[in-house]
Design a protein around this ligand. Sequence first.
Ligand code: ACM
Ligand code: ZN
Length: 767
Amino acid sequence: MYRISFIIIAMAVTQLAICQIAEKEIPIIPKPASIKLFNGKCAIGSNTSIYYTKGDLQFSAEFVADIIKSFGGESPEVIYSSKPPSKNGIIQLVLDKTISEKEGYRLTSGKNIVISGQTPQGVFYGVQSLLQLLYGYKTNTGFSIPCMNITDSPRFPWRGMHLDVSRHFFDKEFIKKYIDILALHKMNTFHWHLVDDQGWRIEIKKYPKLTDVGAWRVNHEDLPWNNRPAQKPGEKATYGGFYTQEDIKEIVSYASQRYINVVPEIEMPAHVTCAIAAYPQLSCKQIPVTVPSGGFWPITDIYCAGNDSTFLFLQDVLTEVMALFPSKYIHVGGDEADKTNWKTCPKCQARIKGEGLKDVGELQNYFISRIDKFLTSKGRTLIGWDEILEGGLAENATVMSWRGIDGGIQAARMKHDVVMTPSSHCYFDYYQSTDKEIEPAAFGGLIDFKKVYSYEPVPQELNVDEAKHVLGAQGNMWSEFLLSNSQVEYMAIPRITALSEVVWTPASLKSEASFLARLQNMYTVLQAQNINFHVPTPQGLLKTMLFIDTALVELSNPLTFGQIYYTTDGSVPTTKSAKYTTPFKVTSNTTLKALLVLDNGKASGVKSGELIQQKPRAALTDINNLEPGIRYDLFEGGLTTLANLKLLPLKNTGKVNEIKIPANINFDLKALAFNGFIQLSETGVYTFKLISDDGSQLFIDDQLVIDHDGPHGPEPKEGQIALMKGLHRIKVLFFQAGGGETLQLLMKTKGIEEQPVNASILFRTKD
Ligand code: ACM
Ligand code: ZN
């Protein structure tokens, strides 16, 4: 008998192998390491039973039952059995020590569904994949899932998301929802930023004023973050909140059931005004301060590094923190410490002298190293932002690289572990589209989910051994501009969705096209679970679009699913409006509004644009004696607006071939005016783009085409003008207010790709 059944099994396996079919996009994010598809479907009824073989799989089994029930059927039976029956249409969760990866799992869909993992954590990830399959393959009577074998495990051990609960407080229930969102994406680390200047959020029994005083600030939620006055005498601090130790235990346990490690962040030595407001003796000056309601910066009140009582306080705080958080890693911040007060504080200076330190940079290292020793003695590992590299890196520290990737590279080369969170790709408080009129106010910058998706956590500068120190990557959610729970979700998703694939999926399997094909189902899952997310607007619509006779409106969908709807009468489009299918013509002034609606009904914001008919400006005549290039006047002095350019003294003049900062000029606090002519080969609407740091303006024939004035980073701004073929006057004004500097002018028109404006079309009068 044994022999016969062995032969039958062997035949069945051969059959499966023969029937293996080409892989299509199975809707699972992050994409599994391996999926082998077979012919046939696995039918799971909405009254299926779920078997689990070990007590610690019960949570996952009930998790599956809850998902199936959420589709509207009965609650499936959840059955403990060390040997589940080999019945059709059931779901089995089992442990399998032959699976080599601790977080890995196998999911087999055949006559039934079997999810196996070396650990309950692996099984939980298999369940997260099953969740997406259930949404993807729902039928009227249950689910019809393609037959397949998935073998999967993560690329990195640190798959993190951070949340700042200091700048805005989010209650316990929302933190649990945030943890659910992480779990859905197979993230395993929640970095909880519990302390910053604007609020201390964790109860510390030995120091009750940390939360009695430090958790509360004057409520200026109606004012912009960067424009909030300090607390006045007699004003009541009513905005805030904190987590009691009971709340923390509940959240840590909730996260642990979902295999998420909670890393607490207790900032030091800076970003601690809230603590100094509670206990002024912790600072160098020991002068009472109040908890700021917003973003005044820099803040010079930081912990005194010369005072031993500061360290005793921090050890007490960390002792209570360690009792609440089983995490191996304890985050101590370490970022952006303004050391002004350390330079003059007698105690800090005495410490520098006594310890033989060179300067306040090394004093920071002394500070972090002392805490590192304390945490190490308790069996924990210190992790801090990359500023902890300044003045030397504490012996056992792990580094979180946020100011780009250099800190990560440096630390890995020093054989320290690193977590990559560069603000170029991992700061989810940045704008996620250029639709500034639609997006809620954000910190600045621009990081859309495609940019997140493109991120590679291992810097190519590292060799194989150094690269082993890269534990993974993390998305950071600073909350200065996050005013509600749903806004946190909106900012997180789909960027976390993209990041989940960056940290889980083998790099060789990453493909944006494949990700987009799977995103639609993830959106369905999110919508069903009442989780908010960002939907991009249609592309191709500018705020103003000029045309001469006829405008051809060409919209495009940045996703590969969903439908664009539009109106041309100024009304807000809905799913009852015209469907955009193909480019169309407009021959008179028109207000165009468009949005993208997903299949599940969720819509993007409404993007609107004015199509304006414009007569092209005539070309100049009788201009002679020209040579290629352009003249510039250089002015000396700082500006914050070009309106004051005329107040600056002229330093010198010169000639260049392109509208750029002339080479060999130290450009700090200077301004430029370029004047000349531009020769156009075609009549048409011209789109110019100024990229400048700081402000700039473009005038054509004395008409302002781009107003990019004011201090800002190297951001682009576009403007249009209709021009006749021939010669036109061009003027560009530019100033630089400090920090970086950039100036570039680009141009395009129908039939001419975007190109720099240079001596091929620029002219100046000969001397
Ligand atoms: C940081 O963004 N200051 C770590
Ligand atoms: Zn001091």
